[in-house]
Design a protein around this ligand. Structure first.
Ligand code: 13P
Length: 246
């Protein structure tokens, strides 16, 4: 029986007041096979962890270094100290706007695993690659590089860049096909296809979540915009719960 994972990525949004408003509407009743986490900006991890019951904590990034003279960096051990279960690694916004390479991302995956926080490796193609039908090649190359030194303990999020924040979503068929390819690749790289949850991300909302969760290879969602309000995030959680109850 599969579990579903729902992770909210708040990106650079949030405030103390927003956390309080979110917590006021939060319902801690979840399906036992639904794992929910939220990734707020670093300064809010502790406050969010204290405010929400039955919600795991995720960070949005971590350093490849354990400690040292690296101003502005946050180590995976520090995330463990704060109670984080997950850390996003290789989000397309880090790749695109912060120059993160596949090599750096592989080091971050390894750093997170060494510290005991589960990496959520993000992969996905740009629009031009999808138009040229090169999406499988792009994602396969990202996986091969990022997982070169990885242990089997991770989650993967497929986030087609053209679907992030655009209101465009991969169709359930497109998501399912890509997830099947990712699963095959994870099997050949780590021998851990069944143990590795593969989440879909890119304009997931309460309207499209049902059809995505119904796909056999979709094990959950990584949600940006629709995770900022408790009501819309909980509506997606409800759709995940309904799927698990069928
Ligand atoms: P949106 O859900 O806002 O498209 O963001 C997706 C995302 O990047 C989550 O990491």
């Amino acid at each position: 029986m599969k579990n579903l994972y729902l992770i909210g990525n708040w990106k650079q949004h949030g405030s103390q007041a927003a956390i309080e408003a979110f917590a006021d509407q939060w319902s801690s009743e979840q399906h036992p096979r639904l794992r929910i986490a939220i990734a707020p900006p670093f300064p809010y991890l502790q406050a969010l962890g204290e405010a929400l019951a039955n919600c795991d904590l995720a960070a949005q990034d971590c350093s490849v270094h354990v400690q040292g003279a690296h101003t502005g960096e946050v180590s995976a051990d520090m995330l463990v100290d704060l109670g984080c279960q997950y850390v996003l690694v290789g989000h397309s916004e880090r790749r695109q706007y912060h120059g993160e390479t596949d090599e750096l991302i592989a080091q971050k995956v390894a750093a997170a695993q060494a510290a005991g926080v589960t990496p959520v490796l993000c992969v996905g193609e740009q629009q031009a690659a999808r138009e040229a039908e090169k999406q499988d090649d792009v994602v396969r190359a990202q996986l091969r590089s990022a997982l070169a030194t990885s242990q089997p303990n991770l989650l993967i999020a497929y986030e087609p860049v053209w679907a992030i924040g655009t209101g465009l979503t991969a169709t359930p068929d497109q998501a399912n096909q890509m997830h099947a390819m990712i699963r095959q690749e994870v099997e050949s790289l780590l021998g851990a296809a069944q143990a590795t949850p593969i989440l879909y991300g890119g304009s997931v909302n309460a309207e499209n979540a049902d059809a995505l969760f119904a796909c056999p290879h979709v094990d959950g969602a990584l949600v940006g915009g629709a995770s900022l309000e408790a009501a819309s995030f909980m509506a997606i959680a409800q759709s995940a719960s309904n799927n698990l109850s069928h």
